[in-house]
Design a protein around this ligand. Sequence first.
Ligand code: PMT
Length: 400
Amino acid sequence: MTAHRILLGITGGIAAYKSAELVRLLKKSGREVRVVMTRGAEAFVAPLTFQALSGEPVRTSLLDPDAEAGMGHIELAKWADQIVVAPASADFLARLANGMADDLLTTLCCATEAPIALAPAMNQAMWSNQRTRRNIDLLANDPQVQLWGPDQGSQACGDVGPGRMLEPAALFELIAGANVGALSGKRVVITAGPTREPIDPVRYISNHSSGKMGYALAQAARNAGASVVLISGPVALDAPAGVDRRFVTTAEDMLKASGQAVDEGCDLFIATAAVADYRPDSIASDKIKKTNDAMNVAMVRNPDTLATIAARPDAPFTVGFAAETRDVERYALDKMSRKGLNMIVANDVSVQGLGFNSDRNAVTVFWEGGRETLGPDTKADIARLLITKIADQLTHKETS
Ligand code: PMT
């Protein structure tokens, strides 16, 4: 069900100005919006802005007798179908995670039975700080809470990294229910990143996959209500909040970890990993010395995780990726049929700035009798749209 009465909490951060656009989008869609601001938020944007856009008085204080006489805080907590806090500062997340009710917004979050969505926004170092991570872990395991974002990118302070609030249009899409609950109760296993195939104790064969596409999908699936296991090759990314990440190194490790995760229960298996097709036939026990001008490494085929999972008698719904530099559609469709997949996402990786090790991507997703092209866009946005498409096809298969 799509939420109609939205209580928008705004906390102190430069992204607060973007929330004005979110209120505009929500109102335009016919929704009722009430805004609650913390003292920090008021330092960035005047309440009058949100009053004008929402058409309702903005609440800023718990102990305001006039406002309480209109709609008391408990009544307000009951009124909301959905609470969205955007931007959610590190301080607010800390207070919420610890069950504090020391201002109007945290009190409402304690008093409501509505789902609470948080759109974190902060400096990348604050987002990575171990105390923030601890609070995020607590919130990610709170069944009433969903974490929407943050995105990666350049920040107001000049830093680059995770911590940007999702754009208002993306938040609107999430509120509007495109994704919310689309995978509710589903168990999803996702592979991501590269594998490393050792040659000797210090060298390996690998590729340029950063894991960003798979991690974005894991976050989007989690936001859509799924419980998510992420089988990750070696990458330098934080685990998405609320996602059970399991690191692997080689293709053989990936097959084993994926099989185990599927054995634990899996409705949907998505393979974004760029798995090495071959591995050295043997691994030298000592570092190989440069004795000759040329060197040959004998290679053997690696097992195919996705094809193995798709061939199981209890196979989940399977979605593969295909990174190609030419004849993208033909090769992708061939992989879908050879591996027995329900869907395949074709990635033209010949385009500069898209695909491997980039924040952006453009894909075409194929299923029996259908196709759709998505992007170019951020991987976070592509992931949200893909999860919506995949959830539609999964439901279609389950109900037909
Ligand atoms: O990680 P990023 O930097 O964000 O980049 C994302 C990406 C470009 C790696 C990703 O979007 C992508 O396209 N992944 C597929 C890479 C690929 O070329 O896969 P493939 O054509 O070798 O394999 C086809 C499918 O089988 C893939 O779903 C793959 O995960 C799976 N596979 C392949 C081989 C193997 N041994 N085991 C597998 O599971």
